[in-house]
Design a protein around this ligand. Structure first.
Ligand SMILES: Cc1cc2nc3c(=O)[nH]c(=O)nc-3n(C[C@H](O)[C@H](O)[C@H](O)COP(=O)(O)OP(=O)(O)OC[C@H]3O[C@@H](n4cnc5c(N)ncnc54)[C@H](O)[C@@H]3O)c2cc1C
Length: 276
């Protein structure tokens, strides 16, 4: 089966109107960097495609103390925003510039591991995901979005409309470790967002990518740091807990063993960069 109908709606209302038929064989297309190679290879054969390009979801805004990012905002656009430097680092960690010119913030939530490098930063920032459909709009914390390997909470007919991030963030750090310095799949990606008062951690958010079925928060590692200072010992404990919360895997990039070894090392680099 080849694509029979291609829609290019001009608003979110028009988009969700087209989606409002759960039985149809329809693919939502954002930047296309993940979806188009699959169509090209005949692995994905949707009957209908809805392109989000003109749906009015390309924006970065600040409203009521939140940074609002439309789902089709590109990673190149995220590189030039100044509100949250961690988002700049995370955008620059994805692919090469040609990919970032097309790849979208919303699309990154759907990247299978070891992808999802931008989503890791969104998790550490405690972003909310706004989901639109022909019914009511709903908003969920991003750590409730992922349900398994390439699965999420979206129901048929729903799309990701935007991300909302509370401002200001705490002290943040982002590290993607791969085989090369740039344009490389992840071995482990970690984002950290800490609130520290008088050398004591008051709140910790630690997100990991490429070491599980989807990007996730390492809650035990976070809890171990709250009420403590960033000593070498406390950092080591957090690293060991982060490993215990991960499900590293072997792929052509790295083995399970190597990913596991790198988790505490990359986490300590993140935490030490905040400490300095
Ligand atoms: C050469 C190459 C290098 C890459 N390197 C990296 C990397 O280093 N790190 C990384 O994380 N990723 C990487 N990727 C994967 C990909 O480019 C990014 O994850 C990108 O952010 C995906 O966004 P997109 O808009 O292109 O998604 P698309 O291909 O348009 O869509 C992907 C999937 O998400 C769904 N989708 C997209 N937007 C929405 C929405 N708003 N609502 C509902 N469903 C939606 C689509 O239906 C589709 O199933 C790479 C890809 C390539 C080809």
């Amino acid at each position: 089966m080849s694509i029979e109908e291609y829609y290019l709606p001009k608003s979110i209302e028009e988009t969700i109107g087209i989606l409002d038929d759960p039985g149809q064989d329809l693919l939502v297309l954002a930047g296309g960097t993940l979806a188009m190679p699959l169509i090209n290879e005949g692995i994905s054969t949707p009957q209908k495609v809805v392109g989000l390009k003109n749906a009015g979801l390309n924006y970065i805004d600040q409203v009521d103390g939140e940074l609002i990012i439309g789902a089709t905002t590109t990673l190149t656009q995220m590189e030039s925003q100044e509100d949250l430097p961690i988002l700049k680092d995370a955008a620059q960690a994805v692919g090469g510039w040609a990919i970032r010119n097309m790849a979208t913030v919303g699309g990154n939530l759907f990247a299978p591991p070891p992808g999802g490098d931008f989503a890791v930063a969104l998790l550490a920032l405690d972003a909310k995901v706004v989901i639109a459909s022909n019914g009511e709009e709903r908003t969920i914390p991003i750590n409730e979005f992922f349900t398994g390997f390439m699965t999420n909470v979206l129901d048929p007919g729903e799309i990701v409309k935007e991300l909302r991030i509370p401002l200001p963030a705490g002290q943040t750090s982002y590290q993607k470790f791969g085989r090369r310095g740039a344009n490389t799949p992840s071995i482990v990606t970690i984002a950290v967002n800490l609130r520290i008062s008088e050398e004591t951690v008051e709140d910790a958010k630690i997100a990991l990518g490429a070491v599980g079925p989807h990007p996730f928060r390492a809650i035990k590692a976070e809890d171990s740091l709250v009420g403590k200072s960033l000593t070498e010992k406390n950092i080591q404990v957090a690293g060991a807990l982060a490993v215990s919360e991960s499900e590293p895997f072997t792929d052509p990039i790295a083995s399970t063993w190597y990913r596991e070894k790198m988790i505490p090392i990359i986490l300590s680099r993140c935490l030490e960069s905040i400490q300095r």
